[in-house]
Design a protein around this ligand. Structure first.
Ligand code: ZN
Length: 150
């Protein structure tokens, strides 16, 4: 028994079963298409690409397109269409590239608010000095004292 059939039997949800069933049907269809391909010789192959010559035609759809059936990639018109599609794809991906993140804004080592009593200010500065002995004190936003690295 194929693993897809086993997975289908072990799946319980209705939507999940439908999804597994579709996937199994697709895989079986692809397998059937591959199994009917006769043994190929060098004369059966396209001289310009690695596909059988009788797979080349003017359209591609369904399982055949998945296998590579359709126009030969070496045909000038089709090669031009592939080139244009590739450029469109690359242009679309370039637009989605986001700017690199800006470096993080530097933050002070410590901030001491203004409006404290002298004793509180001295205590906070002493605690900050104990933690960052080489820091430099600068006036910060809204008259706060900020400790920055040297
Ligand atoms: Zn070809």
């Amino acid at each position: 028994m194929a693993s897809g059939t086993l997975r289908l039997k072990s799946t319980t949800g209705r939507a999940e079963r439908a999804s597994v069933r579709d996937e199994l049907q697709r895989a079986n269809g692809l397998l059937e298409r591959l199994l009917v391909v006769p043994r190929l010789t060098a004369d059966d192959m396209c001289g310009d690409c690695d596909l059988p010559a009788n797979w080349h035609g003017w359209s591609s759809r369904g399982y055949g397109a998945l296998l590579g059936q359709g126009p030969c990639p070496a045909w000038p018109g089709w090669a031009e269409r592939i080139r244009r599609a590739r450029e469109m794809f690359l242009a679309a991906t370039d637009r989605r590239v986001e700017a690199p993140p800006s470096p993080p804004k530097p933050e002070p080592l410590a901030v001491i608010p203004s409006g404290l009593s002298i004793d509180d200010m001295i205590a906070k500065l002493a605690a900050a000095r104990a933690e960052h002995p080489n820091a430099v004190v600068r006036r910060g936003n809204r008259n706060r004292l900020e400790l920055w690295p040297e």
